[in-house]
Structure formats: C-alpha cells, structure tokens
Design a protein around this ligand. Sequence first.
Ligand SMILES: [Mg+2]
Length: 165
Amino acid sequence: MKFLSWFQPDQTAGSIYDIPLEDLWNRGYHNIILDIDNTITPWNQYHVNPRLDHWLRRTEKTGFRICLLSNSKQQKVQQFAAELGVIAAPGRGKPCVRAFQSALSALESRSCDTLVIGDQILTDILGGNWTGLYTILVDPMDPREFIGTKFNRWIERLLVGRKPT
Ligand SMILES: [Mg+2]
C-alpha cells in the first residue's frame, strides 16, 4: 500500500557504525544527509567523541559528502557541524521536502545519489522518502527524548509497529 510505504525505510541498522557504507558507495550513493539527535549523539548532547569523529573521517575517506540536517536550533546545529568538520543544511523542518532540498543544495547533490540516516520514522524516513532519497533508519541512541519525539514514537508504534528500544 502506497501510504504505508512512505513510512518504510529502505534499510535499518542498529547504529551508524553498523551501516555498510562501502557497499552503498558501490551502489552509487555518494552523499549523506545525517540527523543529529539520537542518531550521531545522544539527545541534546552536542559533544564530539573519538568514535564519531573516526566514523566521519572514514566515511569522507570513502568519498561521501556529509550534511547535517536537524530540527534543532540552527545556531546549535551550525556550531556542532563546525566542530565535527562537516556542513549543515541551512533549512530545518523535517519531514518537509523543503528541508531535505536545502540539504541537497548544500551538498550540490541529487536525490538519486543521496542517503538519509536518522532515528525517526516521522521526520527522517518520511521526509526522505517524499524527497526520493535512500532512507536508513537507526535505533535511537538514548531513551531520553524531547517530548515531541516521545509523541512521534507513539505514532511510530501505532502506524508501523516499531518496537521501543
Ligand atoms: Mg533524531
């Protein structure tokens, strides 16, 4: 059914560290739109850690271009991107297609060669699918979440039967 397919990721992984990036590179995906909260860092803890830094450098070494896309405050997002040494999209407001298009513009990429990686079906996966991206859902890193996200989790369970982690 078309409606439900909007909420289905193309791939799932336990965490960013479990995604077979070389394989995806070989399949023609060369750009990554990356969520922040609970995807690369526990919710609202914008710290660079060695494991994340290593993953980013390895991913870039493979050839990928990376752009952060978050619904958090733009100033925080831009500052964190600078600390991580990657770019961040100027737009926000996932799942709106416009937000994803701002990331595609920042990457100078097209939807057909771009992945989105995120922990939320109702923002990252839904918007990614609407934009025509290859969508990868990861398990959230931290059970503590923004109240709006808790509501989204409830809808995720209702709609697509995603289990709480
Ligand atoms: Mg998130």
